[in-house]
Design a protein. Structure first.
Length: 309
């Protein structure tokens, strides 16, 4: 897949529009339709999207994404897309009314043969552009428009909004069927205060990424990946209220089951499989250790029953 950061003349494409945060199962239907239309017609496919979510500009928000930006690009590429246009959402784009965005961006530069969007895609100033507008201009501009209807799983609408809600509320086990994978974060293992070792629970610690939506604090069944290997793990996400002098930053502490190696300074991926309890403050380290033993037993029991998790 080729990546472009500026508009250029690239006509006769099958294109789709959207930000695709998470590249969830609904997004994949949009992307696959775009690719299929292109291949059936001997054309190339393209995604027209933005480097940062438009709300970061429109509402001066700090981004909190479902997945890292680079992973978004890689997952889009994995669907078979030929080109991705990663544009800056700036003042010019923000001020374009919908019909001008259609004419001055999509038609002018791409003269698309096909346009695909999700049912809830909006564009243009004030979000006035939508599926009905794209449908109405088909004949005038010579493209065919395809609106992907709502995609559901178990009567739940698959959307970035719903996935964010599940992440924030700690319903990790419900996310995989919507997102296509467990919710995860990535980071480099940093040296902690090594208190975990003193109570027989050494941990690999990473700071929570600033640009990723915050998961609910607590203890999770998890999978840790590094060096192309996966390890079952017990993870605590929180601010370590039992430890005196602990940092106020959100920290992830991963205890890898039956692992005794050194992974300091390694980049790891931590997938949240299931939340087993909320973050708690204990009266003493022995009390904390007693609870961690119970937590570990629950994690082991989970993996014993779910060997393909």
């Amino acid at each position: 897949m080729q990546i472009f950061e500026k508009l250029d003349y690239n006509p006769n494409l099958s294109i789709c529009l959207g930000f695709f945060d998470g590249v969830h199962q609904g997004h994949k239907v949009v992307l696959k339709n775009t690719v299929n239309l292109a291949r059936q017609s001997g054309l190339k496919s393209a995604v027209i999207t933005f480097k940062e979510h438009p709300l970061c500009y429109l509402q001066n928000r700090t981004p909190h994404y479902i997945i890292p930006p680079q992973d978004r690009i890689e997952l889009i590429a994995a669907q078979g897309i030929d080109y991705i246009y990663l544009l800056d959402f700036d003042e010019h784009i923000a001020d374009l009314i919908a019909v001008d965005y259609l004419k001055e961006v999509l038609i002018k530069y791409f003269k698309p043969k096909f346009i695909t969007t999700g049912f809830n895609h909006f564009f243009g100033a004030g979000k006035k552009g939508d599926a009905s507008m794209l449908r109405a201009y088909q004949k005038e501009y010579g493209y065919k428009y395809f609106e992907i209807p709502p995609i559901t799983y178990d009567n739940t609408l698959i959307s970035s909004t719903k996935i964010r809600q599940l992440v924030a509320e700690g319903f990790a086990e419900n996310i995989k069927n919507l997102l296509g994978s467990y919710f995860y974060i990535k980071g480099r293992v940093v040296t902690g205060n090594r208190i975990g070792r003193t109570i027989s629970f050494p941990t690999a610690n990473i700071e929570y990424p600033q640009n990723i939506i915050k998961a609910a604090r607590g203890v999770y069944v998890a999978i840790v990946e590094f060096d192309k290997q996966k390890y079952p793990a017990m993870v605590n996400l929180g601010k370590r209220p039992t430890i005196q002098g602990a940092s106020h930053n959100l920290l992830l502490e991963a205890h890898l089951l039956d692992f005794d190696g050194n992974i300091y300074d390694k980049d790891i991926k931590v997938s949240f499989v299931k939340k087993i309890r909320n973050e708690q403050k204990f009266a003493s380290l022995p009390d904390l250790k007693s609870q961690l033993v119970k937590d570990e037993n629950e994690v082991r029991e989970f993996f014993g029953k779910n060997k393909t998790a």
